[in-house]
Design a protein around this ligand. Sequence first.
Ligand SMILES: [Zn+2]
Length: 295
Amino acid sequence: MKLLSFLLMITGVLVAGSGTVGAKPHHKKPAKAAAADDPDGKPVKKHHKGWPSPSAGPTESGDPELIFTFDDGPNPKTTPFVLDTLAKHHIHATFFLVGEMAEKPAAKPLIARMLAEGHIIANHTMTHQDLCRLKDEARAARDIDEGKAAIEKAAAPWTTVWFRTPYGVRCDRVDGLLEARHLQHFHWDLDPQEWKHNNTQKAIDYVEKEVGRMTGRNVLLMHDIKKATVEALPVILDWIETENAQRTTDKKRRIRIIQSWELAIDKMPPGFWAWFKDATPDPTAWGTALAASLP
Ligand SMILES: [Zn+2]
């Protein structure tokens, strides 16, 4: 457990901060990305600061890499379908949970399922407010802390390390609040905006277009509370398989899906993973255990 705590600490610090280290943007960021993630569809003003891009650092393999993240859940009506689809395709994602969703009794088994199936759970605040626009800084602080507490109560004994602000906002206040809590914001690169239009075909078209032409490492933002996500995800994952089969025939670089726990391992200090692999007979099983333990 001591080792695990150490892993949580270094991965929590390193993963989300990786985008700052000499990373060149791999493509033009969609103009609306910084103001995205509003499940209520309210217009959100841009804030004066952006997050580093690409958000999870450059590609490690040289292949176009894709990381799946889901925000604003869990929702018993929609999240199980997203989990079914991810399980069918052996994908381990990160779920940025909202505290007031997580504290509902029906959420507890869903969170347990996420952990058991190797996904990472993370904090997306208690009530999903714009932390930069709240008048009272103490309220913003409470939204972060209460979200973490509610999620961790539902996920006990696991804790959360990764964090994403609602609407992806950034300002000096958010920087200060995160720094005081040793939290790093985990941003995204691709936003199909299904939180706004909830249109399945639009979401599919956007992801197929962007993932089809991406070259670097990209974090995809979707919402497991949206019907469009539930419906689009199986189509998108089938498309990736077909696309990769074609790329193999054409001798082109395949789209590589990065598991959330792989991202954690990638960002460990050089030599650490090699040492651990030597010390562990089955590194895959260890990775799954890490995923189940990582928030
Ligand atoms: Zn959100």
